[in-house]
Design a protein around this ligand. Structure first.
Ligand SMILES: Nc1nc2c(ncn2[C@@H]2O[C@H](COP(=O)(O)OP(=O)(O)OP(=O)(O)O)[C@@H](O)[C@H]2O)c(=O)[nH]1
Ligand SMILES: [Mg+2]
Length: 334
């Protein structure tokens, strides 16, 4: 996004926060526990499955995946699909691939399921993968069955629908939605290809029982894997502002018509609320009785900031840039 020289100038001079002070936020309360039931059901369907497609968000390729998947379902051939590539800054794609390869993830593909980008490569990739590994419990059966797994809201159901559009010219078979928790149960087999005959099992999103750090929790929350109100929209908006400034992504300045970039979330949200005309009446107690005061609606402004980011209107981001560059995680203040 192009910025006026004045904005760039003040951005360059500004002292951005080096750290996001997390003030002991309790990440355990943000995530809805183990989701053990879903995982158990997935494990019991595993004998039908020839290959696992794990979908994750391309904005966090190096964090937030569920380690239990590897433990529980790790014996099958595995393809990692990094979806929502349209929202991710992939300037350092090469380095990301190298890092993943170092972790033993050799089969990785970036996709955009809304525009069916790169989706056509998936079936040839999994066919090759399955061809080079022994088939489990399947004898001479020439059908393939794949299981699509991942944390919530990363586009698992969208991928299945996209594969059907690409290979069968058929419409939606599984429900998609903007919130986590749309798919509730392991679904029956959905055909996605004729030749080879291939079926997919859609599954509900499963988060790890323990999130590795508060910062990973915030990244997962920005990607919409957990309901926003559990984390707090204003906390998330603050972390988003911290990331955008740190990565010199000043699209928000132009989008909201702010005078210049700024690292203070209260000031940013105030301007956003004024611009959107979002105010709220607040009762203030004074010595002589209650007075109604009109204030900027900070929660509404925070929600708009997050929505705008998720639509990609603030430009692409790479939330894992700190991991890629070996920066320590944001400081936690107890
Ligand atoms: N920008 C963008 N949005 C996507 C892409 N793929 C899916 N989405 C959107 O992401 C949201 C979640 O998609 P779903 O397919 O329901 O995700 P899911 O992983 O099945 O979610 P759960 O069933 O809740 O775990 C929807 O609003 C989709 O339209 C993509 O490639 N790019
Ligand atoms: Mg789903």
């Amino acid at each position: 996004m192009r910025l006026a020289p004045r904005v760039l100038c003040s951005a360059a001079q500004a002292a951005w926060r080096e750290n996001f002070l997390l003030r002991g936020r309790d990440v355990a309360r943000w995530f809805p526990g183990h989701m053990a039931k879903g995982l158990k059901k997935m494990k019991s369907s595993l004998k039908l499955v020839d290959c696992i497609i794990e979908v994750h968000d391309a904005r966090i390729p190096l964090s937030g995946r569920n380690p239990l998947f590897q433990e529980t379902l790790g014996l099958k051939p595995h393809l990692l699909v990094l979806n929502k590539m349209d929202l991710a800054d992939l300037t350092e794609q090469q380095k990301i691939m190298q890092r993943l390869e170092g972790e033993g993830l050799k089969n990785v593909i970036f996709t955009n399921c809304l525009k069916d980008e790169n989706v056509k490569q998936i079936i040839p990739m999994v066919t090759e993968l399955m061809g080079s590994s022994p088939r489990y419990h399947r004898g001479e059966n020439l059908e393939y069955c794949l299981m699509v797994i991942g944390v919530p809201n990363v586009g698992k159901s969208s991928l299945i629908n996209s594969l059907r559009r690409q290979h069968l010219r058929k419409g939606k078979a599984t429900r998609v939605g903007g919130e986590p928790g749309i798919t509730r149960a392991v679904m029956s087999r959905i055909q996605v290809s004729e030749r080879p005959l291939m079926f997919l099992l859609d599954t509900p999103g499963v988060l790890a029982p323990r999130i590795e750090s508060v910062e990973t929790g915030l990244k997962l929350a920005l990607c919409g894997t957990v309901l926003d109100h559990l984390v707090g929209e204003e906390t998330m908006a603050d972390y988003l502002l911290f990331i955008l400034n740190r990565h010199q992504r000043f699209g928000y300045v132009q989008h909201y018509g702010l005078g210049s970039a700024c690292d203070n979330i209260e000031r940013v949200l105030k301007s956003v609320a004024v611009k959107l005309g979002k105010t709220q009446k607040v009762k203030v107690l004074t010595g002589t009785g209650d007075v109604n005061v009109i204030q900027p609606d900070y929660p509404a402004a925070a929600r708009d900031f997050l929505r705008t980011f998720r639509r990609g209107l603030l430009g692409p981001v790479m939330l894992d840039l700190d991991v890629l560059r070996g920066h320590p995680p944001a400081e936690t203040v107890p």
